[in-house]
Design a binder for this molecule. Structure first.
Ligand code: TRP
Ligand code: SF4
Length: 403
């Protein structure tokens, strides 16, 4: 990774329309935190939606905008990150096609989601080129921005792993520009005499003795150099490991503690189970949904003692309630000292309070579509600059920058 890519985060989401609390607790809360710590790019992966739902294109547009509004509602802040839409950026397609030239078919066939999804979505015909290639499209999404970090769920780690392999192969094949050794020498001179000597010494220690500390010290020396061009940094970093120039840095999955949001029935919250609370549910809707939640089936009457471990409402307390409330639930439930409706009340209040600011932000953006469109255009603009920089280097490494 070079200096700036270490600070850069990229993640995408397929447009699924309105989002729910599962998306918020599992993904968006994390994005909201990351936007203050990294240079973040979040994009709508609308082409990815087509890889499985190419026969159902009428819903894409609405789903895209509903989802962007929900991102903003959740607190993803265009002042602190860039939001863009994949299909506005043809650069993803160009990098995808170029990477496809060097990607062995076996690598794609071995991605676990390939067979899993075909199994799962049996009713769809997924024996398509686009579906096989979609993890590589994801690699292009990531490498196009030279993102160092990719926040993803566990199911997507294999895709980041594929991306690392593709980047490695690319750098190996195309990182050897003519005159590489001379360019490295020149870059070393640019570091100043003392640093150049230190770099050479550390490189030797790493290459001859496999000294990992020497490697990290040398990497830091290069990265932290204040006046060196990005290209020279990449050359010096590449030369450390004995590869060529690192054109596409390898990203890492940013696995965050995934909060598994329970749904209204105690299963994982998911649209397909019909057990969701959406980010835009009104207080009335929240009350109604939680009131209807099933509880421990043993508690038929108020005088029947219950067991919170068997109750979906308890799972919500675990997310929303403080210790005192939790003790109150445990005691009241097990001793049949309180009714289920009383027990549900603090959860209702907490969810309503959590959604309050989201609903108001969502309604702001819904009634100001111009602002929404501007946010996305600006995000696309920032994304485009990075994407074009990468593609310039990729094209020239692949012998395509002639006129
Ligand atoms: N494939 C991801 C998913 O289904 C979405 C995605 C597409 C993505 N491109 C990406 C995520 C790049 C992270 C980085 O959830
Ligand atoms: Fe569930 Fe609370 Fe009723 Fe116990 S009292 S069964 S935890 S809703």
């Amino acid at each position: 990774m070079n200096g700036s890519s270490e600070r850069r985060v990229l993640s995408g989401m397929r447009p699924t329309g309105r989002l729910h609390l599962g998306h918020y607790h599992g993904v968006l809360k994390n994005w909201v935190r990351l936007q203050h710590e990294y240079e973040c790019f979040f994009f709508v992966a609308d082409w990815h939606a087509l890889t499985t739902h190419y026969d159902d294109v009428s819903i894409i547009e609405r789903s895209v905008w509903e989802m962007v509004v929900d991102w903003l509602a959740a607190g993803v802040d265009p002042q602190h990150c860039s939001i863009f839409i994949q299909s506005r950026m043809p650069q993803h397609a160009e990098l995808h096609v170029l990477l496809s030239m060097i990607t062995p078919l076996g690598w794609l066939e071995q991605v676990p989601t390939y067979k899993d999804q075909q199994e799962k979505l049996k009713e769809r015909d997924l024996a398509t080129y686009g579906f096989l290639g979609y993890p590589l499209l994801q690699s292009a999404d990531i490498l196009l921005y030279r993102a160092g970090w990719v926040p993803v769920g566990a199911d997507q780690v294999a895709h980041v792993e594929l991306t690392r392999e593709v980047a490695r192969r690319f750098n190996h094949l195309f990182g050897r520009e003519p005159g590489f050794a001379e360019a490295v020498d020149a870059a070393m001179q640019g570091m100043g005499k003392k640093n150049a000597r230190l770099y050479a010494e550390l490189r030797k220690r790493y290459q001859e003795q496999g000294d990992q500390d020497a490697l990290s010290t040398a990497q830091a020396l290069v990265r932290d150099h204040s006046s060196m061009t990005l290209g020279d940094k990449e050359r010096l970093l590449g030369a450390l490991k004995g590869s060529g120039k690192i054109i596409l840095p390898e990203p890492q999955a940013l696995l965050t503690t995934e909060e598994r949001m329970p749904g209204l029935d105690g299963q994982k919250m998911s649209k397909s189970y019909g057990n969701t609370i959406t980010l835009r549910d009104t207080p009335d809707e929240v009350v109604k949904k939680i009131r209807l939640m099933p509880t421990d089936p043993a508690r038929i009457r108020l005088i029947d003692a219950g067991n919170p471990d068997l109750c979906p409402v308890w799972k919500l307390h675990e997310i929303y309630s403080d210790d005192r409330t939790k003790q109150w639930v445990q005691g009241g439930c097990r001793s049949a000292g309180m009714g289920c409706l009383d027990c549900k009340k603090p959860v209702m209040d907490a969810v309503i309070a959590e959604l309050e600011p989201m609903r108001s932000r969502a309604s702001y953006y819904e009634s100001n579509p111009d602002i929404l469109h501007t946010i996305v255009s600006e995000g696309c603009g920032r994304a485009r600059e990075l994407a074009e920089d990468t593609l310039d280097e990729v094209r020239s490494a692949m012998g395509l920058n002639y006129r």
